[in-house]
Write a protein that binds this ligand. Structure first.
Ligand SMILES: NCC(=O)CCC(=O)O
Length: 338
């Protein structure tokens, strides 16, 4: 009885899982999920000026780009087959105020870059974030009054911002502010303004996470933010509350749902897909990106493999796509692999 194989066989009978793992050709035959370029949405950062590619220290390989450079990036993304970009502005400090009023301007930085990309590269989708944080002097996503983020007044402002974004050519509005009732209000506002075909990708479950740190550096809000966002983002401890929040967005007319951050919240991706069947996207946020880049730079992890594995795992968790700063890097790699 020294033959271990015999002992194992006696227990498992005819079931041997390793038969399906024995060779590359066999593994490829049974692979359940695949990452393709169609799964990628590339978030980009935009700054005023021209010919600017400003590296973001905490996000190696990611740049703040002027509008002309963002247009070049959009062309590259379209050539690589990336379906859509998500744009985030780093607004001049002098234009930020208590209510984020710059968000309403038809020619603000965000609307400028949308119009420029849609003109030069009409076949790439542009997703625009609706929230006040890049535009407020306090870094909160809503209007701050007497220490409170006031919900309904913020929603009115967001509806007008969404219409201005759609007027500029945005294909998909992505409200990331977590105010109550904003999806329904934005849907009604867009429809009334003749933008029935502009979709809504709701940041349905945005958690009060530490992983947004590098993003706040990228859009220069980290030094401004007073307090935290726990009165409107979801507690990382709460899964059922997240599903209830997403249910409201579905009822109010969201076309697509997003989970943010990504990797620590794969259970939420799965629960939303299972509960609603709508397209679900994960946002692999800045801290997740930086974590992989930093470990790879130290030689502690294989960065390329970590990038591919994390993105594939979003697919396994039920996601239809991923917003990721890795998008151009992974698209180039996938193109090379054929
Ligand atoms: N509203 C967009 C974000 O908050 C992005 C967060 C990140 O990448 O950390």
């Amino acid at each position: 009885m020294t033959d271990k194989t015999h002992l194992v066989d006696a227990v498992t009978g005819h079931r041997r899982m390793r038969r399906l793992r024995k060779a590359d050709w066999q593994r490829r035959m049974v692979q359940e999920n695949r990452l393709t370029v169609d799964d990628l949405i590339w978030p980009i950062f935009v700054v005023p000026g021209s010919n600017i590619l400003d590296p973001i220290a905490a996000m190696p390989g990611v740049y703040r780009m002027s509008v002309d450079k963002a247009v070049e990036a959009a062309k590259e993304a379209a050539d690589l087959g990336i379906p859509a970009l998500a744009t985030f502005p780093n607004v001049e400090m002098a234009l930020r105020d208590q209510t984020g009023s710059e968000v309403l301007k038809s020619n603000n930085l965000l609307n400028q870059v949308t119009a420029a990309i849609k003109k030069a590269v009409p076949n790439i989708g542009v997703i625009t974030d609706v929230a006040l944080d890049p535009f407020t002097s306090h870094g909160h996503d809503g209007i701050l009054r007497d220490g409170e983020i006031v919900n309904d007044e913020t929603v009115d402002q967001l509806v007008r911002a969404a219409i201005a974004q759609a007027d500029a050519g945005s294909d998909i509005i992505a409200p990331s502010d977590m105010m109550d009732g904003r999806i329904g209000a934005i849907r009604r506002g867009l429809d009334a303004a003749g933008h029935q075909d502009v979709g809504i990708m709701s940041y349905a479950t945005k958690f009060a996470s530490c992983y947004y740190g590098p993003y706040r550096e990228a859009i220069s809000t980290s030094g401004l933010l007073k307090g935290d966002k726990k009165s409107y983002y979801i507690d990382p401890a709460n899964g059922t509350e997240a599903v209830r929040d997403a249910a409201l967005d579905v009822e109010e007319g969201a076309d697509m749902l997003m989970v943010k951050p990504g990797l620590p919240y794969l259970d939420i991706c799965w629960r939303l897909k299972d509960a609603f069947g709508l397209p679900v996207f994960a946002y692999q946020v800045s801290g997740e990106y930086s974590q992989i880049k930093a470990a790879a730079a130290n030689g502690w992890i294989d960065g390329e493999r970590a990038m591919l594995e994390t993105l594939l795992c979003f697919k396994r968790a039920g996601c239809d796509g991923i917003l990721t700063y890795f998008a151009p890097e992974v698209a180039r790699l996938l193109a090379k692999q054929g």
